[in-house]
Design a protein around this ligand. Structure first.
Ligand SMILES: [Zn+2]
Length: 423
């Protein structure tokens, strides 16, 4: 056992030291692989990775001569998690990191440490679009997609102009909000929503929509939204909604942890003592959230109490839709203050299962289903041709979803991002 461990650590050290990745072939040998396709686990598997991409996965894959071998006996490999609704703003980098692009890379490194190997940034500024455009598939951090800033125009002209500006800047998605924030603000007018949908059609861009109410969700599907980016939280989804969601084929993203973040800091949350959290958590943010005045305000917050109720509704709707065969996918809305990138993704998985999904359903939502929602065909599963984005776990998460937190290693394009420190 010691021998195997030291070998895999040595491999990590060699790669981290900058050995030539261009001609690198590595075989990951002896672990079990849950490949994200829905197939059962492959025991004693070999996965061969060449230049960042998977070339073979099977119990009997041939290992080319000269291949570096990483022994993973007793471990379980799963595809990296794909967050279809996250935020990347540079908020989480260390204080001494000044450059905006460096800060954004810091956020993406943090996501990746937790096995979140792709993030769709649904509503952040121009700098994130720049980071997206300058990124490479071999970057040792989470892959990035971006919608640019949320389109908030209150007239068709303003909305159209902002959507065009985002499209010109090179976004992957457009994003808008139809929400009155529990009755406290004015919703985006429907003619402005339509103007954004029109730009989406003209420019070949899908429009992800933030919403709260069932009736708005139905209307947005009718108007051609490409993603329901939050749960329906006012009432049970009905057959009409289920039918139109199924017919549209678009994804439904629960973002359960968004709700949690509105009330959980009313008292000191238990996860502040969880080593899996504290290992990479931003200490100044923990301090801010732990201030007595902040906690008192949160505890007394009417919106926090309302979103706590909304969370229960969101979980019920998630299960109704999953049972109806709709593509419930994985997204957290993590990244803004109070929503810790990486850790919240594991909390989301646990909530999805707590709400009634099986661990396998939650894992599929976060891997192959998420990839297809984002229109990405080279990630999401561990199959030949895909990028080698994967997590090495100590236990099988299809048996207990909290085992996703037992991270031994994370790889992006075959490069080690996180390795368990050996004592
Ligand atoms: Zn969001």
């Amino acid at each position: 056992m010691i021998r195997l461990r030291s070998l895999s650590t040595l491999t990590a050290v060699l790669l981290a030291a900058g050995s030539n990745l261009e001609a690198q072939t590595t075989a990951y040998v002896g672990g079990s692989i849950w490949d994200g396709t829905g197939a059962s686990i492959i025991r004693n598997a070999t996965m061969v990775v060449e230049d960042g991409r998977i070339t073979a996965v099977s119990p009997s894959a041939e290992i080319p001569a000269g291949t570096e071998i990483v022994f993973l006996e007793g471990k379980v490999l799963i595809p990296g998690l794909i967050n279809t609704h996250g935020h990347v703003s540079g908020l989480w980098a260390a204080e001494d990191v000044v450059d905006e692009q460096d800060r954004i890379r810091g956020d993406l490194e943090l996501f990746a440490k937790y096995g979140v190997t792709t993030v769709n940034s649904l509503g952040d500024g121009l700098a994130v679009i720049e980071a997206r455009k300058s990124s490479s598939p071999l970057d040792p951090r989470a892959r990035l997609l971006s919608a640019g800033a949320v389109i908030a125009g209150n007239t068709p002209e303003a909305a159209r102009n902002q959507a065009i500006a985002n499209a010109d800047a090179g976004v992957d998605w457009l994003k808008l909000r139809v929400d009155d924030n529990l009755g406290s603000s004015r919703k985006m007018p429907w003619d402005a929503v339509q103007a954004v949908m029109n730009v989406g059609n003209e420019r070949g861009l899908q429009v992800a929509t933030h919403l709260f109410y069932l009736e708005d969700a139905k209307r947005l599907i009718d108007m051609g939204t490409g993603m329901i980016a939050h749960s329906v939280r006012d009432t049970d989804v009905d057959q009409e909604f289920i039918d139109s969601l199924l017919e549209s084929g678009i994804c439904y993203v629960p973002t359960l942890t968004r709700e949690v973040s509105t009330y959980i800091y009313g008292t000191r949350p238990g996860f502040f003592d969880d080593e899996f959290f504290t290992e990479y958590a931003n200490e100044s943010e923990i301090e801010r959230l732990s201030e007595p005045a902040y906690m008192e305000r949160t505890l007394a917050s009417a919106s926090g109490a309302a979103y706590r109720v909304a969370l229960v509704q969101a979980m019920e709707n998630m299960v109704i839709l999953q049972d109806a065969g709709a593509p419930v996918t994985f997204g957290t809305d993590a990244g803004p203050a109070g929503r810790f990138p990486g850790y919240f993704e594991h909390m989301e998985l646990a909530l999805m299962v707590g709400g009634g999904l099986t661990p396998t359903q939650a894992l599929l939502a976060a891997t192959s289903v998420a990839a297809s929602c984002l229109g990405l065909d080279d990630i999401g599963t561990l199959e030949p041709g895909k990028w080698a984005d994967f997590i090495v776990l100590d236990e099988d998460p299809t048996r207990d979803i909290t085992y996703t937190q037992l991270i031994d290693q994370v790889y992006v394009a075959g490069q080690p991002i996180r390795t368990k420190t050996e004592g």
